[in-house]
Design a protein around this ligand. Structure first.
Ligand SMILES: [Zn+2]
Ligand SMILES: [Zn+2]
Length: 266
């Protein structure tokens, strides 16, 4: 029978510094684990995320407003309408929305892992990718506020909040999480696309100082119909924001998108 009690506690106290040292030494020898999936991260230039989880960030032809990815038609670029078929019927309150990559495959798994347990390490890696996306010029602006999409009452911890905070630190822009839900709403992913806009109407309120002409960057994890970020932008514009841009980690394909993949969230 195992001995338990004061003696075994004493032994653990004695050997734990050695165990910690041993783990550290092994860590130096083995490659770091990908914070999203736990596979060896290796070194491939971008971040500590493994090669599978790290999205390919690059130029893709997209709708100038909502960021929906479109077919590459270089010869017709001049005649292409500014807005795509998905967002043309909608009243958009934001100027531009962009996403790093489609919400599919390993990138989707990485984001789901982050949403389930928004940990500092992964937030840091994802913020680094967002910062790289901005620095590469895929979404440009001189924002004075970074604002996360608010979390729903009773839902913590919140991925968008942590991501926006890390990104604001990196870009040296004021983090200003002053949007709040003022009433309960049905989870967006349970509703058909057409109902999602109605579900969120007048659901948010602003707890900060008025935004006198300031440019704001709204951060969320996944863009699906854009209903959530559009409601955020509506509130910000009502508070005097000059322009509102949106950055999300991923984008679910719209009905007229070329990209195919599963969709959830907002
Ligand atoms: Zn990974
Ligand atoms: Zn569009």
């Amino acid at each position: 029978m195992e001995t338990a009690g004061p003696l075994s506690n004493f032994n653990m106290k004695l050997i734990s510094p050695w165990l910690a040292w041993g783990r550290q030494a092994l860590g130096l020898l083995s490659p770091p684990a990908c914070p999203a999936c736990g596979r060896p991260a290796g070194r491939h230039g971008l971040a500590m995320l493994c090669a599978q989880c790290c999205p390919r960030i690059g130029a893709r032809p997209c709708c100038q407003a909502c960021g929906q990815w479109l077919a590459a038609t270089p010869m017709l670029r001049i005649s292409r309408p500014v807005r795509c078929r998905d967002c043309r019927p909608l009243r958009l309150y934001f100027e531009r929305a962009r996403s790093l990559a489609p919400y599919a495959q390993a990138w989707r798994q990485a984001i789901l892992a982050f949403k389930t347990l928004p940990a500092g390490d992964l937030a840091y890696q994802l913020a680094a990718l967002c910062s790289r996306f901005i620095r590469a010029g895929y979404l440009t602006g001189s924002w004075s506020r970074i604002i996360p999409v608010p979390h729903r009452p009773g839902r913590t911890p919140h991925a968008a909040h942590l991501l926006a905070k890390k990104l604001a630190d990196r870009l040296q822009i004021k983090f200003y999480p002053k949007l709040r839900f003022q009433r309960r709403t049905a989870p967006q992913h349970t509703l058909p696309r057409k109902i999602r806009l109605k579900n969120l109407r007048r659901s948010m309120t602003w707890k900060g100082a008025p935004l006198s002409g300031e440019a704001c960057l709204v951060i969320d994890d996944v863009y699906t119909t854009g209903a959530t970020v559009n409601e955020c932008a509506r509130v910000l514009k009502a508070q005097g924001a000059g322009r509102v841009d949106v950055l999300t980690l991923a984008r679910s394909p719209g009905p007229n998108s070329l990209e195919q993949g599963p969709g959830r969230s907002n």
